[in-house]
Design a protein around this ligand. Structure first.
Ligand code: HEM
Length: 432
């Protein structure tokens, strides 16, 4: 089948300006439709935005597709090869041993932590001039460090320490290395790479102590993810200490900015649509219903998914949407595009939570919006992310009015690990 191939200069743009990857893809989606070919420094890629194609690719894992190779190797060499980045039989083993720690029973044990940290965020927003996005990054970092390995970083109250500094080196390094055209650090270490190595060694030692404590504490109700994973081991081939460490760090990496950015975009949508904010506030303070809250969350993640694209590779020769894909070809699933397509949602550019309520009219292909992915590698942190989103939204609606100050520019969507709202300016005015 004839499919448009974009000029090599377009592929080069992705390499030269990785922060703007999302904008490039969006322009090409608008121009070239639901599938097109791209070459990035000689690597051939096919981009798919049709919901059936996206579902096929994400479903046929781990046999036919895997995540882009750089993800597996970069995470592994940093010692954090966990559920997100491992592949094949090893991924199956990890998924079996790790996901019970995410089940609703385990999450209930984390409720107190969430309440405590949400209260810290509320107090910070009552007292300080707000940088909402930066504070949400602190919030999710504090939640995830507490939940992943029981460590109260408390960056919200200024308690950031050496562990925080080590983590703050890790996150951008991952994004940089996964998108780097040449893995130079495997041959030459720059000062930043040496600092990163030291930070990783220190983290491994510090989290190692937590793992030892958790092993000694196995009778008690799990209070963090490492304890919950230890409890979930089935005796047959249990996770080693290195693997427990990798999984705890994976949870931090996969769960921090995805959740912070999702909440930030949601608050931005509420500020842009005061009538939605008003209706949601009424529902939340009334306390009996939660239908509209669910609809607002779904709509916010449809309009602005933080993982609008996933980067994969074909493991076998396959046919997708009529195109023959040889083994080894890079494949991009553009689920953000299918969520923004008029063929799937009526007036797709409109933020309209009502479309998720019973009785709505017009085109509505719910399966075209998959902010947490789909298939066997569907996000296991979804329930925890939703708990965090809900905790912040309820707190904000109870205590603040969210607005956009006059003249504030619209935030720019940039690619870090997840789509971030760069330059977001929101005002939170206390209402009680
Ligand atoms: C709003 C917040 C979040 C969003 C939008 C999100 C989205 C995603 C997406 C799109 C994927 C890829 C799914 C696929 O390949 O089909 C994923 C995978 C994953 N997520 Fe999340 N995520 C969020 C929060 C979290 C949290 C809080 C955690 C941990 C507690 C987490 C842990 C993971 C892990 C471990 C994977 C890899 C699963 C696998 O490959 O088997 N995520 N997430």
């Amino acid at each position: 089948m004839n499919v448009k191939t974009l000029p090599a200069a377009d592929g080069l743009r992705l390499v030269l300006n990785p922060k703007d990857i999302l904008a490039h893809f969006k322009n090409w989606d608008a121009e070239h439709g639901r599938r097109y070919r791209l070459s990035v420094l000689g690597t051939k890629m096919v981009v798919f935005g049709d919901p059936a194609a996206v579902h096929q690719i994400l479903r046929d894992r781990p046999a036919q597709f895997k995540r882009m190779s750089a993800i597996e190797s970069v995470f592994a060499e940093m010692g954090i090869g966990g559920l997100f980045s491992v592949e094949g039989a090893e991924w199956k083993r990890r998924r079996r041993l790790v996901t019970p720690a995410f089940n609703p029973g385990a999450l209930r044990g984390f409720g107190g932590t969430l309440d405590l940290i949400t209260e810290r965020l509320r107090q910070r927003w009552q007292r300080e001039p707000q940088d909402v996005h930066a504070d949400l990054m602190r919030y999710t970092l504090d939640v995830m460090a507490n939940i992943a390995f029981g460590y109260d970083l408390n960056t919200l109250e200024g308690g950031g320490d050496a562990i925080e500094q080590r983590l703050q080196q890790l996150f951008p390094a991952l994004g940089r290395r996964v998108t780097a055209p040449i893995p130079y650090w495997r041959w030459v270490k720059l000062p930043a790479d040496r600092r990163l190595d030291r930070a990783l060694a220190d983290l491994r030692r510090e989290v190692g102590e937590v793992i030892e404590k958790a092993r000694a504490n196995q009778g008690a109700e799990p209070s963090n993810f490492i304890e919950a994973m230890l409890r979930a081991q089935d005796g047959d081939d249990p996770l080693t200490a290195d693997e427990l460490y990798a999984e705890a760090l994976t949870v931090l990496v996969a769960g921090q900015d995805t959740t912070a950015n999702s909440i930030a975009w949601l608050l931005y949508h509420l500020a842009q649509h005061p009538h939605v904010q008003q209706r949601l506030r009424a529902e939340v303070t009334d306390g009996t219903e939660r239908t509209y809250l669910d609809a607002v969350i779904q709509e916010s993640m449809r309009v602005q998914p933080v993982a609008a694209f996933l980067y994969l590779e074909a493991l076998e020769d396959v046919v997708v949407d009529g195109i023959e894909i040889p083994a080894g070809t890079a494949v991009v699933t553009a689920q953000g595009r299918s969520a923004a397509d008029a063929a799937n949602f009526v007036d797709p550019e409109q933020f309209r939570p009502e479309r998720w309520l019973p009785g709505h009219t017009g085109t509505h292909q719910a399966k075209a919006s998959i902010p947490f992915g789909t298939g066997p590698r569907f996000c296991p942190g979804r329930n925890l992310a939703l708990l965090e989103i809900e905790a912040v939204v309820r707190m904000v609606l109870r205590d603040f009015e969210v607005s956009i100050p006059d003249g504030a520019p619209a935030p720019k969507e940039v690619f870090t690990f997840a789509a971030a709202p760069e330059g977001l300016v929101l005002r939170l005015t206390p209402v009680r």
